[in-house]
Write a protein that binds this ligand. Structure first.
Ligand SMILES: [Fe+2]
Length: 215
């Protein structure tokens, strides 16, 4: 039963209900990032992040104009119209700018507690999932729990009665190359995985408004 507690990351209805956008990244941008994050010659980014993860690195110097423009274009997806209308604070429109970019190398048992980001929009790019999700379900300590959320990326929002509800996305190997794009203030968290000694690799960052950039 717990198997069906999680939501399918490929189901657009789940994204629309939650107010996020998920898509496959352009192949060239994904390959570029994947090929260039492996040197680990980057500056640690831990003190700026909530993750209880040893290896987190600033990779802002990998930001190209093509990657920047791709990320900024995602803010114009229809699902975000409502979120943007919440910010009635500018006297005239300003442009978006990608202001941070980092990579997480997550090992088993590490986790990211409930947190939110600075900026207006943020993302998680799924670079590498080292475990087999079916094996995770079988071997995780939550196997017999009514919520086996091993290895999930979870979003926490309020429901119509004002209570907190969580949406748990199981991240699987088949999701490598997907980008999960969401309003920065949405609370989210990542649960540990247990069945691989390899890294789970994700890339995240934030988009801000730039006062010097006209929309
Ligand atoms: Fe985050």
């Amino acid at each position: 039963m717990s198997k069906f507690y999680t939501q399918d990351l490929f189901d657009k209805n789940n994204h629309d209900k939650l107010g996020i956008h998920v898509e496959k990244m352009p192949e060239n941008l994904f390959s570029y990032l994947k090929d260039n994050i492996n040197t680990k010659s980057f500056v640690p980014h831990n003190s700026s992040l909530a993750g209880n993860i040893k290896e987190e690195y600033n990779i802002y110097n990998l930001l190209t104009s093509e990657l920047h423009n791709y990320l900024v274009r995602l803010t114009f997806k229809p699902v975000f119209e409502g979120a943007l209308q919440e910010y009635q604070i500018l006297t005239s429109d300003r442009g978006f700018v990608v202001n941070s970019l980092w990579v997480n190398y997550m090992k088993k048992y590490e986790f990211n507690p409930i947190h939110y980001h600075d900026g207006l929009f943020s993302w998680v790019i799924v670079v590498k999932i080292p475990y087999d999700y079916e094996k995770e379900l079988e071997l995780a300590p939550g196997k017999n729990a009514n919520q086996n959320v091993t290895s999930c990326l979870s979003f926490h929002t309020t429901h119509v009665l004002g209570g907190i509800q969580s949406c748990h996305f199981a991240l699987k190997k088949e999701h490598e190359g997907q980008i999960i794009f969401f309003p920065s203030r949405m609370r989210h968290s990542v649960y540990p995985f247990y069945t691989s000694d390899d890294y789970r690799i994700t890339i995240s960052g934030n988009i801000y408004l730039d006062p010097d950039r006209k929309a």
